[in-house]
Design a binder for this molecule. Structure first.
Ligand code: FES
Length: 201
């Protein structure tokens, strides 16, 4: 499908950012800048069009085909627009054993869309993804860049209700020790704020 021409390139007014990203890599490793550049576009536009792929290819000195190839390895990059809240359900073994299938079915029912679809109002899209690297706190749901760990049905309902009201809760990190620090009394899971963020009173 031919894409409509855009007035300007995405990075035209972001030359400082581009220079900063390129400066992280040696000249011969310029292509490594591909990932952070893809992120810039994905974050701003919620997908990476072919036009943007060509632009990134030009910056790092490769082809749009290679950019597309790299993108295809990562479920976080999209070639088509996704919803304002892109809900990703990890469906690999640990999460599957912890109830990810039921969670997915629940989301299908709640959102009225299935894997790979976006709701008519553009608010939600749903995707089953491979392991997101948080197996110890399965099942995990990721919304855009934010992780929600140990998500049961009740928590999932709370999450969806919050998103419907444009209130995306802060991450639910359940790995004991992640949030332990000199300024914090203990794991988020045990704090009143943590419970409130998950809608648990
Ligand atoms: S299996 Fe779901 S985070 Fe690894």
């Amino acid at each position: 499908m031919t894409e409509p021409a855009r007035a300007s390139k995405f990075f035209d007014d972001k030359q400082e950012k581009v220079a900063e990203i390129l400066s992280r890599y040696p000249a011969e490793g310029r292509r490594s800048a591909l990932m952070p550049l893809l992120w810039e576009v994905q974050r701003a536009e919620r997908y990476v069009s072919e036009e943007r792929m060509r632009e990134i290819a030009e910056i790092v000195g490769t082809t749009a085909t290679e950019v597309k190839g790299v993108m295809s390895f990562y479920s976080t990059f999209h070639e088509q627009p996704v919803g304002k809240f892109h809900v990703q359900v990890c469906s690999t073994l640990s999460c599957a054993l912890a109830g990810a299938d039921e969670l997915y079915d629940f989301l299908v029912e709640e959102l009225g869309i299935v894997n790979g679809e976006t709701s008519a109002d553009g608010r939600f899209s749903l995707q089953k993804v491979e392991c997101v690297g948080s197996c110890g706190t399965a099942p995990v749901v990721q919304v855009n860049d934010t992780y929600y760990e140990r998500v049961g049905r009740g928590r999932c309902q709370f999450l969806v209700d919050s998103l419907r009201e444009d209130r995306q809760p802060p991450a639910w990190r359940e790995r004991g020790g992640d949030t332990v620090g000199i300024d914090k009394p203990g794991p988020l899971a045990e704090t009143a704020k943590g419970r409130a963020d998950r809608g648990e009173g």
